[in-house]
Design a protein around this ligand. Structure first.
Ligand code: NAP
Length: 255
């Protein structure tokens, strides 16, 4: 590995072939980072990487299904071979469990009638997948001088916001799958931050806001670039940046 490649900033964004993850990958590439686009479908990953390379970015696709340990391990190996280290991990891959229906409009997530297999699938991707990817990438992150981990959560994951009887969430349908998966991701963020604080690895959760993507059938009012901005901000924190925090683009959020 050359000295130049040691100092070149390297990022991995999971679920980056489209949506907010792709937007974050694009912005990190514009900042000059080498960006690995994690995609469970190699063709879709290659197409996204090709498009971002055409725009001038140093972007590469890596096959990564966060629920498939073999691809997680192979992705870490591929990044090690190509770059030798990792500075930024954005755990962005996520599913609603209800296809393209926004979780707060999804009748199949109502707690008293939810299908447990759907809950399992959502937690497998949104929570266990984050543990699998983070643990596989930690050896590479430990070789960075400023490692940052960003977990893509949601305002819906905030117990404070969702339990406020006067807040906007009471008007929405309750969810026993997506919403608690993001609360669990928030809890996980704090636990990783506590473990890794002594090593200088900053770990934070972010809420992108309601973004126009496939995951809500394009009902979101923010652009992908607007939604991705907070991911990139937390991925590029300075040495005195926060850890164990939860942020939207407007500022800190309550857990
Ligand atoms: P999206 O357009 O549906 O993109 C989701 C991405 O995750 C896709 O690339 C998808 O890959 C990937 N993915 C799903 N399961 C995966 C798996 N097992 N392994 C690897 N990749 C997987 O959704 P989005 O709106 O951009 O969502 C991105 C993140 O933001 C999610 O964590 C979501 O919960 C969060 N979020 C979104 C909003 C919003 O308003 N959009 C609000 C709050 C939080 P495929 O293309 O193969 O399906």
């Amino acid at each position: 590995m050359s000295e130049q490649s040691t100092h070149q900033k390297v990022a991995l964004v999971t679920g980056a072939n489209k949506g907010i993850g792709r937007g974050a990958a694009e912005q990190l590439a514009e900042l000059g980072m080498t960006v690995f686009i994690g995609a469970r479908d190699p063709r879709r990953g290659a197409e996204a990487a090709e498009a971002l390379r055409a725009a001038g970015g140093d972007v590469h696709a890596v096959t990564l299904d966060v629920t498939d340990p073999a691809t997680v391990g192979e992705a870490a190996q591929r990044i090690e071979e190509r770059s030798g280290h990792l500075d930024v991990l954005i755990n962005n891959a996520g599913i609603t469990g209800s296809g393209q229906v926004s979780p707060q409009d999804a009748h199949d997530q109502i707690p008293s009638s939810v299908d447990l297999d759907m809950v399992r699938a959502v937690f497998e991707t949104n929570v266990l997948g984050v543990i699998a990817v983070t643990n596989a990438m930690l050896p590479l992150l430990r070789r960075s001088s400023a490692p940052r981990i960003v977990n893509v959560s949601s305002h819906a994951g905030s117990l404070t916001l969702t339990s406020d009887p006067d807040g906007p969430f009471t008007a929405l349908l309750p969810s026993a799958a997506y919403t608690p998966s993001k609360s669990a991701l928030n809890a996980l963020t704090v636990q990783y931050a506590n473990e890794l604080r002594k090593d200088g690895i900053l770990v934070n959760a972010v809420a992108p806001g309601y973004v126009d993507t496939d995951s809500n059938n394009h009902t979101g009012f923010l652009t992908v670039a607007q939604g991705a901005a907070v991911l990139v901000r937390l991925a590029t924190l300075g040495v005195d940046g926060p850890t164990a925090g939860f942020f939207s683009e407007e500022g800190p959020l309550p857990w």
